[in-house]
Design a protein around this ligand. Structure first.
Ligand code: SF4
Length: 483
């Protein structure tokens, strides 16, 4: 039986997590295999893989969670929970609920004496309170460092509860790439839910792999596109349940919302269950939406049908986009996002005639080189790629040097440089497909034409860096600059 091998994203063949330079330099050195990982001698906080593991599973309807961690590790869960509640409202749920989770609050005493007892008690408490069908137990740096055997607790307590107890090994220190947290989730689904079981294929069923950050409008957009091809959807794992997870092997096809999410899992399903899949960028903007839709159509053998639909949709949306292009075309843009959404954003701005001057991506690897080369064809090879997970000091320096007219991404830092900013990680509004394009076009236009908030903010609030930092080489703290 094939299986997903437990490894971090940075352990994939030729995957880089630290580095920077112009796109053309990086691409050429990468292809010659002389681009080395330029580890930083100084680094700031990064996004953690635990966040992605929790975010992937948070919206599962019949689930509950134990997070075996100090309280701070679940800081991000409050905003995920907010998205989850809005997501329920959009889906017509009457009694909207919070995500059900218990944090074990690992403290000094647990670090000395171990915290396994707390995990066991939390699982029993969740079973008693909510009677879920599945309980996920997330690990953390602290639980990993003290060596708590969460698997042993899960298998022992399993005899006492009805819920399936599934450990998720997402210790933050294990990986620099947050997307590793998604792989961890799919490995757990494979080992604890699917378990190599066989089932009858369901005609026209397609697995669509997506996280809680995908809004309801985007769900409808994808369903609309796939229904043109005669397909119906099994969404995994967002807003799903144990039954839907068990149906995964019964699908005829698989696709994910981007080239990063579930890539290894779809390969496993192809090898083990003969489920062909399509792996393309996120369907944001004309180019990426066309490609996403066409790649599924090719799987199904309905390319002609898809092309006709694309033509109809282009006729509908392009006149509106042309008007917006007249107002914001030519503006220079910097993008910071997860790799899937970041690359999609860089294709989206092409629709508005905007120019990419820089992009931050957590990884630069074999599986993504084609995507970056495609961006080079669109925007030329001079834009800067900063291979970094967050690193605000580096971002602030780079953005300050490049002086883009728009920043797309989390603008916590660049807003204080006075740079107009917006983001396209919208779990409450449309971003996908042709309808998402119209919404994002207006949103981006609005950000470019109304920059005064960030300009005023910059006058009154400074970032914590000395002026001298902005004149330093942005990649000063790389060990291997230029290699
Ligand atoms: S698991 Fe580790 S990296 Fe993640 S939030 Fe907790 S302490 Fe930070």
């Amino acid at each position: 039986m094939s299986s997903i091998i437990a490894k971090n994203r940075e352990d994939r063949p030729y995957a880089l997590t630290d580095g920077g330079g112009t796109s053309k330099e990086l691409s050429s050195n990468f292809k010659k295999r002389c681009l080395k990982n330029a580890d930083r001698t100084f680094a700031q906080a990064t996004q953690c893989q635990e966040t992605n593991s929790i975010s992937a599973l948070l919206s599962m309807q019949d689930s509950a969670f134990v997070v075996h961690a100090p309280n701070g590790c679940v800081g991000c869960v409050s905003f995920m929970n907010d998205n989850f509640k809005v997501g329920q409202f959009h889906r017509g749920v009457k009694n909207i609920r919070n995500a059900r989770y218990i944090v074990t609050n690992v403290d000094e005493k647990d670090v000395v004496l171990g915290g396994e007892k707390k995990v066991r008690e939390a699982i029993l408490e969740l079973e008693k309170r909510y009677k879920p069908n599945i309980i996920f137990v997330f690990t953390s740096c602290a639980s990993g460092i003290i060596g708590d055997d969460v698997d042993a607790v899960a298998s022992t307590v399993q005899k006492e509860v009805n819920a399936i107890v599934v450990p998720i090994h997402c210790e933050g220190f294990k990986s620099k790439v947050p997307a590793t947290g998604f792989d961890t989730v799919f490995r757990a689904i494979q080992n604890y839910i699917i378990k190599g079981e066989r089932m009858q294929k369901e005609k026209g069923l397609i697995n669509v792999f997506a996280t809680t950050s995908i809004g309801y409008k985007d769900q409808l957009e994808l369903e609309g596109l796939l229904s043109v091809l005669g397909l119906h959807v099994n969404y995994i794992p967002f807003y799903s349940n144990v039954e839907k997870l068990k149906r995964i092997p019964g699908a005829e096809y698989s696709v994910a919302v981007c080239q990063v999410f579930a890539d290894e899992f779809m390969e496993y399903l192809k090898n083990e269950y003969d489920i062909p899949y399509s792996k393309t960028g996120m369907p944001i903007g004309i180019r990426s939406t066309d490609e996403w839709f066409l790649s599924v159509a090719r799987l199904v053998g309905k390319e002609e049908v898809a092309l006709k639909h694309i033509e109809k949709e282009h006729r509908r949306v392009l006149p509106e986009i042309a008007k917006i292009r007249e107002r914001i075309g030519g503006k220079r843009v910097f993008i910071c996002a997860g790799t899937g959404r970041g690359v999609a954003a860089a294709t989206l701005i092409e629709d508005f005639g905007m120019k990419l001057v820089g992009i931050q991506t957590p990884t630069y690897e074999e599986a993504l080189i084609e995507n970056f080369d495609q961006l080079q064809k669109i925007h030329g090879g001079e834009f800067i790629i900063d291979i970094a997970n967050m690193q605000p000091f580096e971002q602030s320096n780079l953005v300050n040097k490049l002086k883009p007219e728009l920043f797309i991404g989390m603008s916590t830092w660049v807003a204080k440089l006075g740079i107009p900013s917006t983001h396209i990680l919208e779990s409450k509004r449309p971003t996908f497909g042709y309808n998402g394009l119209l919404y994002l076009a207006r949103k981006i236009e609005n950000a470019v034409e109304n920059p005064s908030f960030n300009i005023k903010l910059a006058k009154h609030k400074k970032l914590p860096y000395k002026e001298s930092w902005y004149s330093e080489n942005v990649f000063k703290y790389f060990k291997e600059v230029g290699n």
